[in-house]
Design a protein around this ligand. Structure first.
Ligand code: PLP
Ligand code: COI
Length: 338
């Protein structure tokens, strides 16, 4: 498209042509509406503005060599948004309508899907908010579901390169019995102060420890954590992390290439035994970790001396990308081809 330098895109917002909306009023969801406005009209007392009744999703569409557009695992995002809605007492948005809205918004913004060669993708952002005006702390009566899209490049500007991450014990993003397993705005608000401190110190992200004991690895600000050792893919089990769809996919890919998989608590000290470590997520894809600095204890765990990603992270990364862009067959039924 005119004026967009696809290969230089970062993970940012740009207005696109259309978004899709549905309104929950009088006990039912409206048909999907198409809008060309990037603004919402909300009551000043809407529950999303005061009490954080807000959940979102993130998924991507990719243009293949064959010119076809592929959307990755949208049903999983639809299900997770239902879980998030339940978690903060919002009206759940129906799965089939979610899928229909995603297909519609991508189709209507086809000219924003980056070309295959650029390595960029179309980021799809569904959003669910409480919109009715009230000041008492209780769930809204009315809700709005919106999906918009924006073309994006890599989340970490380095792309598929290693970066350092930092541990800061004085901050938590979510509590063990809190909302960490839901994709709700409050969790991201809680990550802004530690995120800023970490970025200023040169880290690409914070690696959070479990909030209760500060003994086990939880996840990174915008992505799950995984470590590799002895041909095993190891990722934290925790009651305060987001169930990542990318992580779930990597687990299947790791098993398919003959690796063992462990989803369990990972004591911080175990970092010393990992051959590779990485962050994974829709935006992050796989972002390999160069080293983890335990900033409070002035201790470092190094995974890449020369900055290059480890061989297994690299293999999983290319395998995942190949399925997403349609370079390889999709034996799992993960992609929806438009
Ligand atoms: N963890 C957090 C806190 C996230 O924000 C994300 C991004 O969605 C992930 C993990 C990765 O999840 P997914 O792979 O489903 O994008
Ligand atoms: C994603 O990976 O889709 C995310 O939502 C992470 C971040 C942009 C919040």
């Amino acid at each position: 498209m005119e004026n967009i330098n696809w290969s230089d895109l970062t993970f940012g917002y740009m207005k696109t042509d259309y978004n899709v909306r549905s309104y929950y009023r009088n006990g039912k969801w409206s048909d999907l509406e198409i809008s060309d406005s990037e603004h919402l009209n909300l009551p000043i007392a809407a529950t999303c503005l005061h009490y954080g009744q807000e959940a979102f999703e993130g998924l991507k569409a990719f243009k293949g060599k064959d010119g076809k557009i592929r959307i990755f695992r949208m049903r999983e995002n639809a299900l997770r948004l239902q879980s998030s809605a339940w978690g903060i007492r919002m009206e759940a948005f129906p799965i089939e309508q979610f899928e229909k809205a995603v297909v519609e918004v991508v189709n209507r913004n086809r000219r924003f899907v980056p070309p295959y060669e650029s390595g960029a993708s179309l980021y799809i952002r569904p959003l669910l908010i409480g919109t009715s005006a009230q000041v008492g702390v209780k769930p809204a009566q009315e809700y709005l579901f919106v999906v918009f899209v924006t073309p994006v490049g890599p989340y970490f500007k380095e792309g598929f390169k290693t970066t350092p991450v930092g541990i800061y014990r004085e901050y938590d993003r979510a509590a063990p019995l809190g909302t960490g397993t839901y994709k709700v705005g409050g969790n991201y608000a809680a990550s802004l102060v530690p995120g800023e401190i970490a970025h200023k110190a040169g880290y690409s992200a914070v690696l959070y420890l479990d909030a209760k004991e500060k003994k086990y690895l939880d996840e990174c600000g915008p992505a799950n954590f995984f470590g590799i050792k002895n041909n095993t893919y190891i990722t934290p089990a925790s009651s305060s992390i987001l169930p990542s769809i990318t992580n779930k996919s990597l687990i299947q890919l790791a098993e398919a290439i003959g690796m063992k998989v462990e989803r369990r608590q990972i004591p911080l000290e175990e970092l010393a035994t990992f051959e590779e470590a990485g962050m994974c997520g829709t935006a992050a894809v796989i972002s390999p970790i160069q080293r983890v600095d335990d900033v409070d204890n002035q201790q470092s765990y190094i995974f890449s001396k020369d900055g290059t990603p480890g061989p297994i992270s690299e293999r999983l990364y290319y395998k995942l990308r190949a399925i997403q862009y349609g370079d390889e067959a999709d034996p799992y039924g993960w992609v929806t081809v438009l």
